[in-house]
Write a protein that binds this ligand. Sequence first.
Ligand code: PGA
Length: 233
Amino acid sequence: MEKIIIANLKMNLSLDEIKNYINVVKDIDPKRFIVCPTNIYIPYFNNELYGVGLQNISEYNNGAYTGEVSAEQAKSMNIPYTIIGHSERRNIFNETNEIIANKIAVATKNNIKVIFCIGEKIEERESLKTKEVLVEQLKALQSRENDDIIIAYEPVWAIGTSLIPSNEDIDDAIKTIKEESLKYGLKDVKVLYGGSVNLKNIKLLNETLSDGFLIGGCSLDPENMLKIVEITE
Ligand code: PGA
C-alpha cells in the first residue's frame, strides 16, 4: 500500500521559497503527498494538482473572530485538508480536547478532510500513560460528521528533537489507535507517524505499521520530500 507523506511547513519559508517548493514537488501524486503551508500561501498551490491543507482551522462558523479561518471559507476555496490538534496548537495555543472536537465537527461538516494529530508528552510516557492519553485524545472522534480522517501519531517529545520512539513503540501506539477508532465506528483509518522523521531514519521508520509520515523540519527542503516519497513507495 502506498504511504501518505504530509509536509507541515509551519510558520516557515518566504514567498520565493514557496514558489520554488511548488515547482520542485509538482510531479508528486497529490494522493500521496499533502503540503500544509502557511495559510497566506495556499492560493499559490493549484489544488487540482497539489494535495494542500491548512495547518489549523477555527472551531467557529463565520463571524467576528479576528485572525481565524473558518471551515466554510476553506470549503469555498476547495482546500481538501486541514491539520487539527497539532501539539503546537495544543501546547502553545492552549487547545483542549474539547476545542479539537469542535474543530473536527466543523471541518468534517464542511467536507474538509481532517489530519488529526495526537500524542503523549514526555512525562506522560515516563509515567506509562501513553495509551491512556491516546485513548482520551481519540474521544474527539465522536464529534465527526463523516469518516474522512487521517490520524497522525506524534509523540510530543519527538517533535523537532531528533528523538524517535522504537519501531515497536510506534507499532503499539498505532495498534491502540486503530482499535480505539474502530470503537467509534471509524474503519480502516490511516495512521501516520510524525516526529523528527528525516532522511536518515525514514528507512527504519518505513518498517513500522504506519500508513505514512507527517514531517516538519525535514519537509522545509522540497528535495527531501521527493526522496522520502520515493523511499516510501
Ligand atoms: P518535526 O515536526 O518533523 O520537525 O519533528 C513534525 C510535526 O510537528 O508535525
